[in-house]
Design a binder for this molecule. Structure first.
Ligand code: IPM
Ligand code: MG
Length: 356
C-alpha cells in the first residue's frame, strides 16, 4: 500500500527516537512491499522558535491530509517560563483537538525479562497486560470557563470539568469494543461519589453496557483505582476514564513496565487518521546524546500500522522484533544495562529481527 505519514519530531529526544522509528517503518515497507511517503513538520517548542506558535497552520493542514502522524515529544526548559504566553504543550493539545482525536489508547504490558526494573515485587507484576483508554479532548483540559480573574482581595483561577453525554458515550463504547476483543472486562474509572460529571459518566457507562452483554463492566473510584493499579495490576483488562484521571493513571501505570521509554500510545478519532507517540516526554537531560530508548516510539509506529493503515501482520512483526531484541539483552541505559547500547543500536537491533 501507499501511505502518507507526517513526522512531528518535536523537541528534546523527539527527533532522535522518531528517526529510529522511521527507519523501522522503512524496513517494514521494504519487507512487506509498501511505500510510505513522509513529510516532516514543526510542533511544540521548535515551532514556537520558528513561527511564534506551537501548532503552525501548515502542520495541522499536513496532518489533516495524511493517513497517520508519528510524534516524538514536545517541551523543554527553554519554554518553561510560567509567564510565557505560548507553551509547547499547547501545540499537543491543539493538534489532538484539531484532528478530533478523542480516544487515547495506552497499552501497558510487563516484559518478563524486564520485571526486575520495576520498583514493585515480581509477584505483583506477573501477568500484567492491560490497556487504558483515556478520553482526550474533553474535561478539565478544554472546558470553559478557564482562566484567571482579579478579585477584590487578590486573584482567582478556574478550570471547568465538563462532559456531554455524547462525549462519554463514544469513548465508553470504544472501551467496550476493545474489551470485546480482549479478556472482556471493562473497568470504568470515575469519582462518582463527589463529581456530577462522574455520575453522568457512570450512568452512560451502564446504559452502553446493555449493548455489550458479553463484556463485564465494573466501576472504580479513581483514588482506589490508583491504589489497585499497584496492588492488583494483573486484574485489569481494559480501563476507560476521563482526560485528567487518564493522564495521571497512565504515568502511574508506566512504572509497572519498568521504564517510561518502553510504552507507546495511539490517539484516534472517528476516521482512520491517528496520532502516535511514545508516552515519555522530551527528556531534556539526555537530549542530543543519542542514548534515549526509541522503543516507545517504535512500538507507536506498530500501533500506527495497525490502527491507521490496517496492517496487522506488519504491526506484529515490529512488536515481535522489539520483544526479541529486549529478551536477547539489547538494552538502552534506562533498562538498567551495565553496558548500554545507544539509540541507533537499539533501532538496528529491532530492524535486524524483523521477519515476515
Ligand atoms: C500526556 C502529557 C500531556 C497531557 C501534556 C504534555 C500536555 O502529559 O500526553 O500524557 O497532559 O496530556
Ligand atoms: Mg501525561
Amino acid at each position: 500500500m501507499n501511505a502518507k505519514i507526517v513526522l512531528l519530531p518535536g523537541d528534546g529526544i523527539g527527533p532522535e527516537v522518531v528517526n529510529e522509528a522511521r527507519l523501522v517503518l522503512d524496513a517494514v515497507a521494504k519487507l512487506f512491499g509498501h511505500t510510505f511517503e513522509y513529510s516532516t513538520h514543526l510542533l511544540g517548542g521548535c515551532a514556537i522558535d520558528a513561527t511564534g506558535t506551537a501548532l503552525p497552520e501548515a502542520t495541522l493542514k499536513a496532518c489533516q491530509a495524511s493517513h497517520a502522524v508519528l510524534l516524538g515529544a514536545v517541551g523543554g526548559p527553554k519554554w518553561d517560563d510560567p509567564q510565557a504566553k505560548v507553551r509547547p504543550e499547547q501545540g499537543l493539545l491543539a493538534i489532538r483537538k484539531g484532528l478530533g482525536l478523542y480516544a487515547n489508547l495506552r497499552p501497558v504490558k510487563v516484559i518478563p525479562s524486564l520485571a526486575k526494573l520495576s520498583p514493585l515485587k515480581p509477584e505483583r507484576l506477573a501477568g500484567v497486560d492491560f490497556i487504558v483508554i483515556r478520553e482526550l479532548t474533553g474535561g478539565l483540559y478544554f472546558g470553559q470557563p478557564k482562566g484567571r480573574t482579579k478579585t477584590a482581595t487578590g486573584e482567582q483561577a478556574v478550570d471547568t470539568l465538563i462532559y456531554t453525554d455524547v462525549e462519554i458515550r463514544r469513548i465508553v463504547r470504544l472501551g467496550f469494543q476493545i474489551a470485546r476483543c480482549r479478556r472482556k472486562q471493562l473497568t470504568s474509572i470515575d469519582k462518582a461519589n463527589v463529581l456530577e460529571s462522574s455520575r453522568l459518566w457512570r450512568q452512560i457507562a451502564i446504559e452502553v453496557s446493555k449493548e455489550f452483554p458479553d463484556v463485564k463492566l465494573d466501576h472504580q473510584l479513581v483514588d482506589s483505582a490508583a491504589m489497585r493499579l499497584i496492588t492488583h495490576a494483573a486484574q485489569f483488562d481494559v480501563i476507560v476514564t476521563e482526560n485528567m484521571f487518564g493522564d495521571i493513571l497512565t504515568d502511574e501505570a508506566a512504572v509497572l513496565a519498568g521504564s517510561l521509554g518502553l510504552l507507546p500510545s495511539a490517539s484516534l478519532g472517528e476516521g482512520k487518521l491517528g496520532l502516535y507517540e511514545p508516552i515519555h516526554g522530551s527528556a531534556p537531560d539526555i537530549a542530543g546524546k543519542g542514548i534515549a530508548n526509541p522503543t516507545g516510539t517504535i512500538l507507536s509506529a506498530a500501533m500506527l500500522l495497525r490502527h491507521s493503515l490496517g496492517l496487522e501482520a506488519e504491526a506484529r512483526a515490529i512488536e515481535a522484533a522489539v520483544s526479541a531484541a529486549i529478551d536477547e539483552g539489547c538494552h538502552t541505559g534506562d533498562l538498567g544495562a551495565a553496558k548500554p547500547i545507544n539509540t541507533s543500536q537499539m533501532g538496528d537491533a529491532v530492524r535486524a529481527r524483523l521477519k515476515r
